[in-house]
Design a protein. Structure first.
Length: 294
């Protein structure tokens, strides 16, 4: 295996970070510095000098326009996340966050988890809108984390994908891992993490299809990667090969992907609860344009 790929697997680094270590001479094989494209072989002695850990990103309390609380009690807060908002702070992200918006609104959330993502039990991409839950109590955090891990949570998304998937109902079962060449995105990769997406076409337009999606697993960019692999990328998702001409015609400046429903057993008493998020204006407008073309 290449040195950068091997370090990524062994240490959980990105391949870019692994390449940076090799460029600095901090990766030795049998006592000699190696390059990122050199090969690791069985029986060799591998030495890696890791940099000092970065300081955790602190949560800045700041109001988030458009962040709507759908439900709140002592254990959970369910929000409708607007576009352009990350769930929690991360290196390189300077925009608004859900946890920062909740802090600004005076909502206390669980202290479990890393400092910058306390209370966060699942995430949505910054460019994806819709419903998500944040834990307020420590008990809720542990129960919900386990529920997501054991896949007892139902996550329903609506996606507008280019073209017409065939069959109109099916399951995409294809492993996902970081893209072998582009570190900022993901891809279907042999040996990646098992990833399963169920879908059904709700409505077919001339240029695109509105699809109901149910996730069995929750990999980063899973829906976007799976439909791109089928050659039906989400409308507006230029990162994964969407047509920019169609995106402009529909007025879509991000992936047409919306977390529509979220259902789970309430951590306090086990009762089943389900929440629904309506389409935001930009996604609704794109559907109206498509319907007018029929």
């Amino acid at each position: 295996m290449r040195v950068d790929a091997g370090l990524a697997k062994l240490l959980g680094l990105s391949r870019t970070a692994a390449a940076t270590l090799t460029e600095a001479g901090d990766v030795l094989v049998d006592g000699r510095p190696v390059g990122k494209s050199d090969r690791l072989v069985a029986g060799a002695w591998l030495e890696v000098v890791l940099p000092e850990p970065e300081q955790p990103v602190q949560v800045a309390a700041a109001p988030v326009p458009g962040l709507v609380v759908l439900y709140e009690d002592d254990d959970i807060v369910v929000v409708d996340k607007p576009v352009g908002v990350a769930v929690h702070p991360s290196p390189g992200w300077t925009g608004p966050t859900v946890v920062g918006g909740l802090a600004a609104a005076g909502t206390r959330i669980a202290t479990s988890g890393a400092a910058e993502r306390q209370g966060v039990v699942h995430r949505l991409d910054a460019g994806t809108t819709g419903v998500m839950v944040v834990a307020k109590s420590e008990h809720a955090y542990s129960v919900l984390k386990r529920a997501f891990k054991e896949r007892t949570v139902t996550k329903g998304y609506h996606a507008l994908v280019q073209g017409h998937p065939d069959p109109t109902r099916g399951t995409i079962d294809a492993p996902i891992d970081r893209h072998p060449r582009h570190d900022y995105k993901f891809a279907v990769v042999a040996g990646g993490k098992p990833s399963v997406t169920h879908y059904e076409v709700i409505e077919a337009f001339r240029a695109a299809s509105l699809v109901d999606v149910r996730l069995e697993t929750g990999r980063t960019h899973q829906i976007r990667v799976h439909f791109a692999a089928l050659r039906h990328p989400c409308v507006g998702d230029l990162t994964y090969g969407a047509d920019p001409v169609l995106a402009r015609r529909l007025g879509v400046s991000r992936q047409w992907l919306h977390a529509r429903t979220l259902g789970f057993h309430h951590p306090a008493d086990g009762r089943w609860v389900e929440f629904v998020s309506e389409y935001p204006e930009d996604l609704e407008k794109a559907l109206d344009i498509l319907a007018a073309d029929q």
